[in-house]
Structures are given as structure tokens and as C-alpha cells.
Write a protein that binds this ligand. Structure first.
Ligand code: SAM
Length: 307
């Protein structure tokens, strides 16, 4: 995993699992002051300071002592303490190296955690799941850094990371985007990817005063549960998502023009017009009005042809 730095715990867990103590404004402030920690805006650092929210996240993720949990962005280890207390094993991936000595301190009571100093977008999560959980589905839990929410979620979904559930704190507007359908300005590639792979459920709405520092936006905890069976019969999933991206990259254009102009697709105008007609749509339609089922039907028409 490249420049990954793994920090092994030396101290063994005692017979009794330690009780998580971070998660209040006082405990968080004490840790930040002890280490003279300076918040990095560029890393989207907003730490949770409300134990009720932390308990809700852990309950929604339904973590048991059988579970291997990946936490993205542990910060000072607030939620990590709760995860270590409930799970069999936790891997916590944190980009900010200034947080590593803090995590070593706040997690020293736990011997079931591995801290990985890396950018989550560079981690081979499939490999981690194979090594740590014999390839069985893992659980992902995170209070996500908001500046890269979409690439993280799309990466987990489209790279076929073996997961059972993903329970994440996101910007309220992003949670809404995941659940919405055609007709909303929030409808887009994220909505379609989420609805294709998982069932999204909003577990809690979380106001800015539950974080330090306070974000400018409202947040929500959303749980994504993988469909047991694929939601739809799509012959070429990758093609379907190329069609979806091409349609939403040029939202204001007709579906036909959006697909014709896309550098990722190589169909002739005639082929595109025939496919749109084959799914029963007029040639003037915009891509943003298509449902997931209609994108799947369109992909199936195309995948019967040569690109
Ligand atoms: N989990 C902590 C909590 O709830 O208090 C911190 C959450 S904070 C919203 C996001 C965390 O993700 C920060 O610790 C930040 O440094 C980390 N982070 C940001 N970008 C990251 C990346 N690309 N890979 C891994 N961690 C990242």
C-alpha cells in the first residue's frame, strides 16, 4: 500500500473492554490542547462531539464482535473508540499525519485496531478486506470529509469493494441526492449509482453544533445496505454508468447530443437515435429525465451492438 504507515498497538487490551471516553466537547478540547492540534480545512476536519450521535451511528451500523470495520478518517479517534469496543477488528485510514500520534494515544487501550496513515482514495480496500476478513463483506463506518464524499462513495460502489453496509455521515444535501429520482435538480450519477447497488436509508439528521468546528451545512447519517440480488438486469454495468455520466455531464443537452458528444462513448448518431427510440423515448428527451430502469434498458440495447 505504497507509503502507508502502519502503527501497531503495543499495549494489550485488558479483560474488560475500555469504555469510549472521547465524544464530549470537554474531552475533545483536552486532546486538541494536549497536542496543540491545528485543524486543517483542506482535510474537511469536523470532529464529532455528541455521544448521542456516536451511539446512533454505531447502532445503525449494527456492529458485532464478528465484524471487521473500515473507518475512513478517524480524526482524533472518537468514533474509533466506539468501533473498537463493538467490533472484532478495526482499520482506520487517516490522511493527516499530525493525527497519528494522537490516535496512538487515544486508542492505546485497544489491541484490535490498525491505524493506516494514507489517503483513502489510494487504498486498495478490496485487498484489505481479503487480508483482514478473508474476503467476506466488511462494514464501512465514517464521518466523511465532505470535500471528497462523492469520489469515496462512488469508489466503494463501482470498484466492487465487498461490503455489507456503509454507514456514513454526509452533508444533508448529499444524503438527499442519494435518495432522489428524476425531476429533482439533485438527481445525478450519484443517485443512480447508489440506487443501483444499495438501499439508502437516512438514520439521523445532525445539526452543526454536534461538531467541532461547526460546519456551515446540516449533516445526515445515511446507511447504505447492499442489495442481495442486483436491482436490475444489466448486461454491461460499466457501459450503463458511462451512459449515465455522459447524460449528466451535459444536463442541458438532449440525451442524443449528450451521448454523441461524450469522449467516453463511440456510437454514431444513428445508433444513438435508434437506441433511444427502442426504449420508447422521443429524440428530444433529456438524459436527466430517465429512471435507473430506463438507463438499464438503454445500456442493454447498446450492449447488443458493437461500439
Ligand atoms: N471521525 C472523526 C470524527 O467523527 O470526529 C473525524 C471526522 S472528519 C469529518 C474527517 C476526517 O477524515 C478527518 O480526520 C480528516 O483528516 C480525514 N481525511 C480527510 N481526507 C482524507 C482522505 N483522503 N483519506 C483519509 N482520511 C481523510
Amino acid at each position: 500500500m505504497g507509503k502507508e504507515q502502519t502503527v501497531k498497538k503495543e499495549q494489550k487490551m485488558s479483560d474488560k473492554t475500555p469504555i469510549p471516553y472521547l465524544g464530549t466537547p470537554q474531552a475533545t478540547t483536552a486532546v486538541l490542547e494536549k497536542y496543540h492540534f491545528v485543524f486543517q480545512k483542506k482535510f474537511g476536519q469536523n470532529f464529532l462531539i455528541d455521544p448521542r450521535v456516536l451511539e446512533k451511528i454505531i447502532a445503525a451500523a449494527e456492529i458485532t464482535k464478528d465484524d471487521f470495520v473500515l473507518e475512513i478518517g478517524p480524526g482524533i479517534g472518537t468514533m474509533t473508540q466506539y468501533l473498537c469496543a463493538s467490533a472484532r477488528e478495526v482499520a482506520a485510514v487517516e490522511i493527516d499525519k499530525a493525527l497519528i500520534p494522537i490516535l496512538e494515544d487515544t486508542l492505546k487501550e485497544y489491541d484490535n485496531v490498525q491505524i493506516i496513515n494514507e489517503d483513502i482514495l489510494k487504498v486498495d480496500i478490496g485487498k484489505l478486506a481479503r487480508e483482514k476478513n478473508q474476503g467476506r463483506p466488511i462494514k464501512v463506518v465514517a464521518n466523511l470529509p465532505y470535500y471528497i464524499t462523492t469520489p469515496i462513495i462512488m469508489g466503494l460502489l463501482e470498484n466492487h469493494v465487498p461490503f455489507e453496509t456503509i454507514t456514513i455521515m454526509v452533508q444533508k444535501e448529499v444524503a438527499d441526492r442519494m435518495k432522489t429520482g428524476p425531476g429533482s435538480k439533485d438527481y445525478g450519477a450519484l443517485s443512480l449509482a447508489v440506487q443501483y447497488y444499495v438501499k439508502p436509508e437516512i438514520v439521523a439528521n445532525v445539526p452543526p453544533n454536534c461538531f467541532m468546528p461547526r460546519p456551515n451545512v446540516g449533516s445526515a447519517v445515511i446507511r447504505l445496505t447492499r442489495h442481495r440480488e442486483p436491482a436490475l438486469d444489466v448486461r454491461d454495468e460499466k457501459l450503463m454508468f458511462r451512459l449515465i455520466r455522459a447524460s449528466f455531464n451535459q444536463r442541458r443537452k438532449t440525451l442524443v447530443n449528450g451521448l454523441k458528444n461524450s469522449p467516453d462513448l463511440n456510437f454514431s448518431r444513428e445508433e444513438i437515435e435508434a437506441a433511444v427510440t427502442a426504449i420508447g423515448k422521443p429524440l428530444t428527451i433529456r438524459g436527466e429525465t430517465l429512471t435507473l430502469e430506463e438507463f438499464a434498458a438503454l445500456a442493454n440495447v447498446f450492449s447488443g451492438k458493437k461500439e
